[in-house]
Write a protein that binds this ligand. Structure first.
Ligand code: MN
Length: 346
């Protein structure tokens, strides 16, 4: 006879009860892996996350958008937010010895995921813009986990909604993302043309827009010409490798910060080389190295005008050994640490 049957027979009621020993080794399901520190000197990111509903003010708010309806071919980045969170909860500690930065005292919460409408791109974008506008309106810097790159339109629009003057954008990406809205359909390749052409208030001035990491044979000449005509600054991945990221990021911050009130950082994971970011719709051989991307994110986050970041196109079903979610986690931590350093110092 099983123990279960014995239990019922002895107690006379059917009530779930685990032993003290069994309960001790179970984690809260929402933080799976997160509090599993084997050393009490460790302080994990998940241990400093606050409940946003109870917080007075937040420096940073994490938000997931599990939406990939706008991806052309290989979908899967709708699973990005939750897998990146799981990876963060396992890997992310609160101190970076190289920078000497400790994020222990930053006010940070996870807002969870947007309840998206998988069949309706514009309705999803409306919900996202609404939520992110409110988050920024509370003085919180959003760290947004996508989701497809089309979502950068409502994300940056939310910053525009909160800004009197212009917004500059620094984007890491293998692709130009200035596609036209073909047959009325918004794709993951359209966000930046939309940001330049659609907002009624403070549209993106192409002179404040920098694309870093452009690479490969996946773009069209029409769109290259569009970027040139508009005055968008394109810094191909090979130029970053040859000039060095420090010089590139200095130029990018000057352009995105010139006459603007705020800078948005948009990271498409396919801007990174496919050796470190294979788990995405369009992997990019020859893209930015992990080192270049990590230092660019760190430097932008340290700039006083940096007001938010989105990290897009991580597609766990296309990944190998979680490698893409791990580099995504590192990029997120560079951003969190950079904002901490920007606001409070080390
Ligand atoms: Mn993109």
């Amino acid at each position: 006879m099983s123990n279960y049957r014995n239990y019922k027979k002895i107690k006379g009621v059917l009530k779930l009860k685990l032993s003290v020993e069994a309960e001790k080794w179970l984690l809260d399901a929402k933080k799976s892996g997160g509090t599993a520190s084997f050393d009490d000197a460790d302080l994990k990111l998940t241990q400093i996350l606050q409940n946003w509903r109870e917080a007075d003010n937040l420096d940073i708010g994490i938000l997931g958008i599990p939406f990939d309806t706008s991806v052309f071919f290989r979908t899967g980045c709708r699973y990005g937010p939750d897998v990146i969170r799981d990876t963060m909860s396992m890997y992310a500690n609160s101190y970076e010895p190289g920078y000497g930065v400790n994020i222990k005292d930053i006010n940070i919460a996870d807002f969870g995921n947007v309840n998206v409408h998988h069949q309706d791109v514009l309705e999803t974008h409306r919900r996202v813009e609404n939520i992110v506008t409110d988050i920024i309106g509370n003085g919180t810097v959003p760290l947004i986990l996508g989701g497809d790159h089309g979502l950068t339109y409502p994300n940056v629009k939310a910053l525009m909604n909160n800004t009197k003057g212009k917004v500059g954008v620094i984007m890491l990406d293998g692709h130009l993302d200035v596609r036209k809205t073909q047959d009325g359909v918004i794709s993951s390749g359209t966000p930046f043309r939309r940001l330049i052409e659609e907002p009624e208030r403070n549209p993106l001035d192409p002179k404040n827009f920098v694309e870093i990491g452009i690479n490969g044979w996946l773009s069209s000449k029409d769109y290259g010409d569009y970027c040139k005509e508009k005055g968008i600054t394109i810094i191909p991945a090979r130029e970053v490798h040859e000039r060095g990221y420090k010089d590139v990021i200095k130029q990018a911050l000057e352009i995105a910060g010139n006459g603007t009130d705020a800078i948005w950082l948009s990271v498409d994971i396919d801007g990174l080389d496919s050796s470190v970011a294979p788990g995405t719709c369009a992997p990019n051989p020859g893209g930015l190295t992990a080192h270049e991307a990590l230092e660019i994110v760190w430097t932008v986050a340290n700039h006083p005008k940096c007001a938010g970041m989105d990290l897009l196109e991580v597609a766990p079903p296309l990944d190998f050994n979680n490698i893409t979610s791990i580099v995504a986690t590192y990029l997120c931590m560079q951003f969190i640490g950079g904002i901490k350093n920007q606001k409070y110092g080390k």
